[in-house]
Structures are given as C-alpha cells and as structure tokens.
Ligand binder design. Structure first.
Ligand code: SIN
Ligand code: CO
Length: 379
C-alpha cells in the first residue's frame, strides 16, 4: 500500500498542476520498489507488452523495440529499458497509481517503468502529457525546465529531443522523490547508478483525437445521417460560390450532432474507457452461472478489476472498456461501487449481489474476464 508523506492535493493542484514543474522531495517515505529490474526485464520478454531500449553511443542514439530475450548486447552503461503500461500486468506496480487517484481515473493513463544503467537516459525531450516521475532504486540526475522556446532535434527516427533548455530544477533524485512535470516542459534524466523510475502518465485528448473518435462512433452506430436540404433555393449569379448562409447551414448540421446528449454521452463514455494498451483479460472457461458467482463470493475476500481496465460513469450511464453497459435497473450505489473501486470487497458485495440486476451485471463483468477472484499475495 503506497501512501504520500505529507501532501496537500488541493494546494498542489492550485499551484502546480498544468502550470509548473516541482520536485516533491521524499513524497514517498521509505520507498520500496514494487518490482526488481529482473522482473521488469521479464515483462519486456512478452510480445503483448510494449517495451524499448534507448542507448547512447557517444553522440549517436540507438533505439530497439521489444520483446527482448537478453540485454547483454547493450553492455553495462548508457542505456535505459522502458516498459509501457506495467500496471496492466503487475499488480504490485499498479498499486503505485493509487495515491494519485485524487486526480480522476479518466485522466490517468498508465504506469511506465524504466530501468537505467549508469548514464542511461532518453535525452532531453518534451512530453504532451502531465507526468509524475517517481524515483525508485538508485539515483538519477534530473533537469526540468518551465515551458520555453526550444530547438528540436531528431537524433534517431524514434526519438524527438530538444537542445539547450534552461532548467528550473537540477537535482539528484533519491528513492521516494517525485517530479511533477506539466505538458510541454523540457526534461532529461541520467542515472548515476542502476536506477528504476516510475512514470505516472496522464491522458488529455486533443480536438483531433476527439473528432476522429466521434466520427468513428457515428459510422459504427450509423447515426447522424441528416442531410443538407435547400427547398427554398433561389437562382444564383455566382455558380462557383458557396454563400455564407449555405456555409453556416452546413456548419450547423455538424453542431447539431454535438447537441444530442444521449448519443454524445454514449460516445464520450465509450471513448474515455477505451484501453490504449493490451489488457490482461482472463475470461473464465466455462463461464460462471450467477449462483457460482454468489458461491465464490462467499469463499474469497475480494475481487479484482483487471489491471488498467477502465470503468467510468458518465451522466448515469456505465461504461466498461469502450462499451456502454446497461445498469439502469441496478442500485445506484452498487454502480458507484463498481466504478470507483479496483478491489471489490466480498463482504460489501454480499449485500449488493442479493439484488438480481446487480448480480446479473457483476456476473457479466466476471464472465468477460474484467473482474476476477483476488488471491492475496498475487502478482
Ligand atoms: C525515463 O524514465 O527515462 C523517461 C521518463 C520521461 O522522461 O518521460
Ligand atoms: Co518524458
């Protein structure tokens, strides 16, 4: 169980969130790494887990994508292994996200973990998203700057770096220290000794992301088919012109799609619960009858949501992993319980599962492999 040591979410959000970087020295007291470098290397052997090694050889940069069978070829220094979405696969590591839940789940993306050999780093760069970088084992020298005009360079097709930024933080991080870096702020870190870093990354869609997802939704649902009409058309002298009132009518057609709350909320809930990385879904074979679910619930302490699986409520609708789920006849506090927790206590569920619609919904989630019995001490 990870907890912050003296931290005021309210004043952090007011002063720093999306505004300026800060080093939160000793934010985790007596920090214990959730995994060993060897375990991270093991995850990087899996083909469904995204990983890469970034290596610096004098002035040249080299990037290799996983899966990796071995790391011997990279030597003792100057490289970093980065593994994406470790929270989807490694429960102890996923626990590191918990203290950050003062930020809503839909904004949290994933936990990326890096292992660096001495002098290893990915070079100075800028990210598009907010990130908290937690220092685990070892020490790493980090420099972070506020937003500033920057010159970019592409030393390798997979690396976009920046040169010569002015840092406002220039410190050696020790286990338990945390950097917060807003989008667009340049940063670079080089390990002084073998080091683990945990990056809690966030999501923030841009207009392109939203529009393209909205268009996909319209095609899939076959909605928004209203066509342009002009029954009052008058003869034109300017055959090659689109008049401003015609253009305004066309734009209005687009705007109308966004003022249909039922469709818009269905799209948004689905979009915000889509996973960006593979999930560790464990579909039970054969599937459980509802009675089995009640029986299992009597035998275990808790159920666990699959790592990284997104469950959100939006305008009274429930969305799970990119789909709307009918929860209208379930108890409202049961739906809240499902959306707000990652670990579901069997004791609390006992009462909820006495209501038939709650039981049907919970059983469906179990049979999709989204929620499964939790064995304590599980990895
Ligand atoms: C790293 O851990 O080396 C990369 C983290 C980052 O700069 O985003
Ligand atoms: Co970065």
């Amino acid at each position: 169980m990870y907890q912050f040591n003296q931290f005021d979410p309210q004043s952090f959000l007011k002063t720093y969130w999306q505004k300026k970087p800060i080093l939160l020295k000793g934010l985790f007291k007596d920090f214990i790494d959730p995994l060993e470098p060897d375990e991270l290397a093991g995850l990087a052997q899996e083909s469904e887990i995204e990983s890469r090694v970034v290596q610096r050889q004098k002035q040249a940069w080299h990037v290799e994508h996983g899966p990796f069978d071995s790391f011997e070829q990279f030597g003792e220094n100057n490289w970093t292994l980065l593994v994406q979405a470790v929270d989807h696969w490694h429960l102890q590591s996923a626990q590191l996200l918990e203290p950050f839940r003062f930020i809503p789940n839909w904004r949290i993306d994933d936990l990326m973990i890096s292992f660096s050999t001495p002098d290893g780093g990915v070079g100075a760069h800028v990210d598009q998203y907010d990130v908290f970088i937690i220092q685990g084992m070892g020490k790493r020298h980090w420099k972070v700057g506020e937003q500033q005009p920057l010159q970019s360079s592409v030393p390798h097709p997979d690396l976009l770096q920046v040169t010569g930024f002015a840092p406002c933080i220039d410190e050696v991080l020790e286990p338990g220290d945390v950097l917060y870096i807003p989008p667009g702020c340049p940063h670079e870190g080089y390990a002084l000794e073998p080091a683990l870093n945990y990056s809690v990354g966030f999501r923030a869609p841009n207009q392109q992301d939203l529009l393209s997802s909205f268009a996909d939704f319209a095609l899939q649902e076959e909605c928004f088919q209203q066509r342009y009409q002009d029954p009052d058309l008058q003869p034109t002298q300017l055959a090659g012109d689109v008049t401003s009132s015609e253009a305004a009518k066309l734009i209005e057609l687009v705007k109308q799609t966004l003022s249909q709350p039922q469709q818009v909320n269905k799209w948004l809930g689905s979009y915000l619960t889509q996973a960006k990385h593979e999930l560790d879904i464990q579909v039970p074979e054969p599937s459980f009858a509802e009675d089995d679910v009640v029986e299992i619930n009597q035998q275990i302490e808790a159920w666990l949501r699959a790592g990284g699986l997104r469950i959100l409520t939006l305008d009274n609708g429930l969305f799970v992993n990119g789909e709307w789920v009918d929860s209208q006849s379930c108890q409202a506090d049961f739906v809240r319980f499902i959306a707000d927790n990652l670990l579901y206590s069997a004791e609390q569920l006992t009462e909820y599962l006495q209501q038939n619609d709650n039981l049907a919904l919970f059983s469906a989630l179990v049979n999709e492999g989204y929620i499964y019995p939790y064995e304590d001490g599980e990895e």
